[in-house]
Design a protein around this ligand. Structure first.
Ligand code: NAD
Length: 310
């Protein structure tokens, strides 16, 4: 069986073209500010890359290096600055609860990464719009959203089914349950109808919507199945283990599986292509496209338009 390798750069193209077109046609210049309050070289690299990508699309990106003890005040100032449309902070800064506090200092109007309580609550509760008129969609965190868009692109989402139900009948394993990627991703997939096995170092949980509960939030259950069992029954396996030595044995995968890795490290073995029908080795370029997409949405909301077209 032949496997199709799908690169994030390929999936990102139509999104980036659409964003560029909207920016050009509307003659707008949305501005994103990134706050760097740690000395993480990976954050600097990511910021440089974000700046370059934004410049190509027509988004203004400014990196502000600040002392961690003045970060909160800098974020408050940016919240009030009408020329800034999106704010992101490179974490960790303090680590733990204080970082969570800073995430909630960012105004929901500018929370381009969707890390504050409002959007997170809405996502976990499957509340898709900010307003009763359903004119403003909620902001979804960039990497989980990037994975969803890639799964749509490769046809895992069944377009014949109703919106909100397009993963009905799919079984998906996500190996990572971090608050930044794995848990929100499991929730998004389950809210769209999938049965999701969420794996982390502490064990396995099952996320799924109740029978007949269309568009209602998913529920979570502790699961006593093994990794071997859940991977073997999954149509899609998603890995995000931040460890170089971690390799998911190809022998566990179902024939024809869709295999997607979002870890910086390759979590699948090289011979994954012998079992998978589709293999997506990384997602980074789609993540940045989603960051820009979220920014354009927030720009529209701030300027009282809607972004039905994106
Ligand atoms: P994290 O450390 O917060 O979480 C890691 C998760 O993996 C945890 O749930 C942990 O329990 C689980 N895990 C670790 N070892 C495991 C094992 N042996 N078996 C099962 N589960 C295991 O990390 P994170 O912030 O979620 O990032 C994970 C990876 O994804 C990193 O490599 C990071 O660079 C990458 N990442 C990529 C993007 C992108 O857009 N490309 C964005 C965010 C994170």
């Amino acid at each position: 069986m032949s496997c199709k390798k799908v690169l994030a750069s390929e999936v990102a193209v139509p999104f980036r073209q659409e964003l560029k077109q909207i920016i050009q046609e509307k003659g707008i210049r949305p501005k994103l500010v990134g706050f760097l309050a740690n000395d993480d070289p990976a954050a600097v690299m990511y910021a440089n890359w974000t700046g370059k990508t934004c410049a190509e699309t027509g988004v203004e990106f400014e990196l502000r290096k600040v002392d961690k003890n003045s970060l909160e005040e800098c974020v408050v100032e940016a919240n009030e600055d009408k020329d800034i449309h999106g704010i992101m902070v490179y974490y960790p800064v303090f680590g733990g609860n204080q970082d969570q506090y800073i995430q909630n200092v960012v105004s929901p109007a500018k929370d381009v990464e969707s890390l504050g309580h409002k959007y997170r609550y809405n996502m976990y509760h499957n509340i898709r719009y900010l307003d009763p008129e359903m004119s403003q969609k909620c902001i979804i965190p960039c990497t989980p959203l990037a994975v969803v868009k890639i799964l749509e692109y490769v046809g895992v989402y069944n377009k014949i089914l109703n919106y909100g139900d397009r993963l009905h009948g799919k079984t998906i394993t996500v190996i990572n349950r971090s608050e930044v990627v794995g848990r929100p991703l499991a929730a998004l997939l389950a809210n769209d109808g999938a049965k999701v096995f969420s794996v982390d170092v502490t064990g396995i949980q099952e996320f799924h919507r109740g029978q007949g509960l269309k568009l209602k939030k998913h529920e979570v259950y502790e699961c006593d199945k093994t990794l071997e069992e859940v991977v073997g029954m999954s149509d899609v396996v998603i890995t995000g283990v931040p460890v170089k030595s971690y390799k998911l044995p190809t022998s566990l995968l179902k024939d024809g599986v869709v295999a997607l890795n979002f870890s910086t490290f390759k979590n699948f073995e090289d011979d994954v292509i012998d079992k998978a029908s589709i293999y997506i080795p990384s997602v980074g370029k789609v993540t940045v496209a989603m960051l820009e997409r979220n920014l354009i949405r927030l720009y529209d909301y701030q300027t009282r338009g809607t972004s039905e077209q994106i």
